[in-house]
Design a protein around this ligand. Sequence first.
Ligand code: C2E
Ligand code: MG
Ligand code: MG
Length: 667
Amino acid sequence: MNEVENIFQYANPILNHIHSPMMTLDHEGNIISWNTYCENVFGYSTDEVLGKFPPIFNDEQDKVEEQFTTILRSHKELTLNNFTLLTKDSEMLQMSLFAKALTIRDERIIMVRFLNAFSSEESAVAELSCLRSGLEESFMVLSLDHEGLINFANPLYLKYSKWTPKRILGKTLWQMFPQTDVGTEQVNEIWNVIHSGKIWQGEVEKMTKDGTSYWVELIAIPVTTSGKTPDYYLVLAKDITEKKLLQQRLEKIAYVDQETGLMNRYRLEQIVNEMIDQKQHFTFVYLSIDKFYSLKELYNEEMESILLQEFTNRMKMYFQDSVMARITINDFAVLTPLGEWFIQGFLAYLKQHPIYIDGMALPLTICGGISKYPEDQQTFNHLLKASHAIIDKIHTEGGSTIASLSNDDHKALSKRAMIEKRLMIALDQKDLKVLYQPQLNLESNKIEAVEALVRWEDSELGIIPPDVLIPIAEETGLINDIGTFMLEKSCEQAVAWKNSGHTIRVSINSSVREFRDKNMVKLIREVLERTNCPASLLQIEITEKFALEAEAESSIITQMKQLQADGIRFVLDDFGTGYASFRYMQLLPLEEFKIDQTFISTLTYQKKTQKLIHGMIQFGHSLNMRVVAEGVENKEQLELLSEYGCNAAQGYHIGRPSEVATIEPLF
Ligand code: C2E
Ligand code: MG
Ligand code: MG
């Protein structure tokens, strides 16, 4: 051991007073001193490292040696930030290294000090304190003791709340909130949550010392250091007053009808839902000003606006203390605890208090529907639907009354709602079924086609006939799913029959709504391709109603023509029941029509019907169309139709809509 090494051996106890790891190296880079902090932090004892190059540099040894050589030759200091060092246990430590060369007794030595060299526990504490100061800069911070008394508030909190440090200490969290029922309830809730050891988070309104309200996003955290119950609570809050005010302004715009000052439909829906949640009974009154009769007298928007305003005033006068909303341009709703006879009295009240415009009393025609929650309907949407049903009914009966629906009507509506709900599930589970009804070619006397008819048997509701199912599916948009399902099954079936040697065309029913989808052609082509079904085996039946609507929509006609060009045949269903417009016969690519079963049922005993049907068949042939008779229930009907030259017949006499296994023997 040379003299210098000796000195440092003795100097070690002194170096140990420096509160960070420190080592001294000789001019070759070997350790001559290694303080206790080095031992603790890096895990090597002094004996293990003395006289050796520091093992903590790992792969970086060459680089470090080079740096040390440089500083040995100069007076410069060396700082290496965020340098990775390895402990004896191969743990990585990020530290800064600070080195300087000195000359002692003619020998150059290097003193190296490591900074930020915390043990892991210390570093966690340091991180936390950094975090805390970061939090305190951006959040209002309150600390509550285990009883909920304030024992700390940071400057930001004091600034917002306008409390002084002296006065706030010992106050309760309750005193920081508005002294109202809502405010107290809010703190009670927060306190209950954090007191049970959980975190509470949300937006709350708070109150400054001088009573000004401000809004904060608040997080209240229980801190438990030992035992089960929290020792203290930290409440962090961020000011969101501006955001809240903006939101309130937007809500006002979003929830208030600007023209009448009444709330709009969305706000009403929220209120109704809240009342339903609280099981609060109420009567839902829907009032509709008949636009045609009441507004036709009005020449401009200004007058219409006066009318709406005046109507609103009368509503407010009559239905005092009730919730009122404007639902559409000329429809309003009132939520009221008042009885039916009183509500109906509103019409008489309007007569006694007419609305004058330009000195002329306006003849108002009002229809109204009364539905009760929970007796009649149980959701906002169903209350609205029931109201529409009542208004429709009143219109067909001449209008100008306020009425309610019978129990049976409400039951029917509820059943409809139930069907809607169940249908969603059914389609998910593909709970639908296809039945096929045969069509007999009257020339060849062979089954040449079948009509695919949808069947839905619900486990709860039983069999729902298509007459009920299809209108609901059309309204809810589920018709597209039904259509696709029927299309796929029918194509698969047509291919299966073709493969077993039977060329049978399958006819599916289509709703105009499906053809409003611009991708209908693409969808059908995809299914044909996927199922490997020739287009010539597919027929699409459309109703007269469909035909009328399609007539006005060129995109539907275009799609139909594209499909016809592919080889698909279009058939007009229920011929004779709709509107006697033959224009669509020219416009649409129709190749066949089906005489509706209502004509066939009186065929055998009414001369007039016989003439009519004979005429229809001749009419079809004159347009080069095939004619099929529907609802053929007996032999006599079949023979007459054959005699008139009808091309094909469908009906119970030939076969009922049935499963594949039942129908196949008929081929
Ligand atoms: P549609 O297309 O005119 O179908 C013929 C209806 O008459 C079928 O009623 C069938 O069961 C019934 N029928 C057949 N032969 C006779 C008979 O000899 N006597 C009597 N009294 N009735 C007979 P279904 O299956 O109840 O269908 C009713 C309507 O529902 C169909 O009338 C069709 O417009 C529609 N529909 C059925 N399936 C679908 C579908 O998948 N999609 C669409 N959009 N509509 C469908
Ligand atoms: Mg049909
Ligand atoms: Mg039909």
